[in-house]
Write a protein that binds this ligand. Structure first.
Ligand code: BGC
Length: 406
């Protein structure tokens, strides 16, 4: 049995749109309800965590976790431009305070993919006013939550649109055109732009500025809270001849975003698998490799490599803000996390400052375009009765958290 450092953070993670339910004022809800659309099903009630957060937090406490990473839904706080909902602010204050009162650290994400429809209608993060809007929202949250939140992640996976774009997934605009056309029509704005669709370069710049302005806005009001950015990373490997393409992808999709973390308190690392580049580009996952429900290669070793990369590049302490697997075989979840945690321990043994590990996800939840099919959760959810069923992996990881040893 090897101990983790005292104070090591053991969390699980979720995001507002994936678990709260009925986030009717954001861009995803709008896109889920156009005809045609790119979602296998709408988010609907999700896991109704908006109402059930107390029982969920108590469950996490009972299992042994000492942190909960969740996100605030901007479209609830500011459903129309400049119109702030004090009742929703109060909701998140109650929830954050409850988490803290139960002895868990509330790790609060300000932006996890969704934005209010009005913001998307102005061009999303590609609009010139976007960074200021986001910083304003961050400041409002800091005014209300500044004495109760424990750690803040400004933007979740700031680099994912660029990664998808670079990999070709978003390059095929023709594939997305009918969906975007339907969403544009429904939104009533020709500028409608979301996290995944629109001017990706301009949006990336906007998000980088938004992060930096938000950090400032938070520091002025809530100076002692650690603030950081969450970056999606894979172990980027190359076979002979693939090095240049790998390096180009890393420079554009990862380094360019890590560059805006100077002066932050931590870097949030989120990892699910690896990428391997050959002379022609990214290689397909080998036929004989074990894959997850997402089609990713089962490769938990990636976590160690990405922690090392992020720590070396930024010089910041690392928080693992997401690591997990979509599988219907819970024993593979344990195997995945076990290897991932061994990687964390190897980093710690080498003196790296790894502050915590948040498993994605607490609950089986809304996996965006794939709906409720992939199951990442430590806890299953009956979406009619909203009954939670704890999986063996949750008990197992909770026991590790309680013992702070593995
Ligand atoms: C995202 C989550 C998502 C998870 C699993 C991460 O990219 O932050 O929203 O559910 O991966 O695909």
């Amino acid at each position: 049995m090897t101990d983790f450092p005292k104070g090591f953070v053991w969390g699980t993670a979720t995001s507002s749109h994936q678990v709260e339910g009925n986030n009717t004022a954001n861009d995803f809800w709008l896109m889920e309800h156009t005809e045609p659309n790119m979602f296998v099903e709408p988010s609907g009630d999700a896991c109704d965590q908006y109402h059930l957060y107390e029982q969920d937090v108590l469950l996490l406490k009972e299992l042994g976790f000492n942190a909960y990473r969740f996100s605030i839904e901007w479209s609830r706080i500011e459903p129309e431009k400049g119109e702030i909902s004090h009742a929703e602010l109060e909701h998140y204050r109650r929830m954050t305070t409850f988490i803290r009162d139960q002895g868990l650290t509330p790790i609060v994400t300000l932006h996890h993919f969704t934005v209010p429809v009005w913001f998307a209608c102005e061009g999303g993060f590609a609009s010139k006013d976007a960074p200021a809007h986001f910083a304003n929202y961050a400041g409002i949250l800091a005014d209300v939550l500044g004495d109760v939140w424990g750690q803040v992640c400004t933007i979740n996976e700031i680099n994912i649109p660029m990664r998808f774009f670079h990999d070709g997934f978003l390059k095929d605009q023709a594939r997305f055109a009918p969906f975007l056309e339907a969403a544009t029509k429904r939104s009533g704005s020709d500028m409608f732009s979301t996290y995944f669709v629109g001017d990706i370069d301009a949006a990336a710049d906007g998000m980088k500025q938004a992060h930096q302005l938000a950090v400032k806005a938070i520091r002025t009001r809530s100076p002692s809270v650690p603030v950081g950015l969450c970056v999606s990373m894979q172990d980027e490997q190359a076979i002979e001849g693939g090095e240049a393409l790998r390096d180009a992808a890393v420079a554009r999709c990862i380094d360019a975003f890590l560059d805006v973390t100077k002066g932050d308190d931590f870097i949030g690392v989120q990892t699910y698998s690896r990428s391997v580049y050959g002379p022609e580009g990214k290689l397909k996952v080998p036929e004989d490799a074990e894959t997850t429900q997402m089609g990713y290669e089962f490769y938990p070793e990636a976590l160690e490599a990405t922690i090392r990369y992020a720590a070396a590049y930024t010089g910041l302490p690392v928080m693992v803000t997401e690591s997990g697997i979509g599988t219907d075989d819970d024993s593979r979840r344990k195997a995945y996390v076990e290897t991932a945690l061994k990687g964390v321990q190897n980093c710690l043994a080498d003196g790296l400052d790894v502050q915590g590990y948040c498993y994605w996800s607490m609950l089986d939840n809304y996996e965006w375009m794939l709906g409720y099919r992939p199951t990442f959760g430590l806890i299953a959810v009956d979406r009619v009765t909203q009954t939670r069923t704890v999986k063996p992996s949750a008990q197992w990881l909770g026991d590790i958290a309680k013992a702070n040893a593995f």
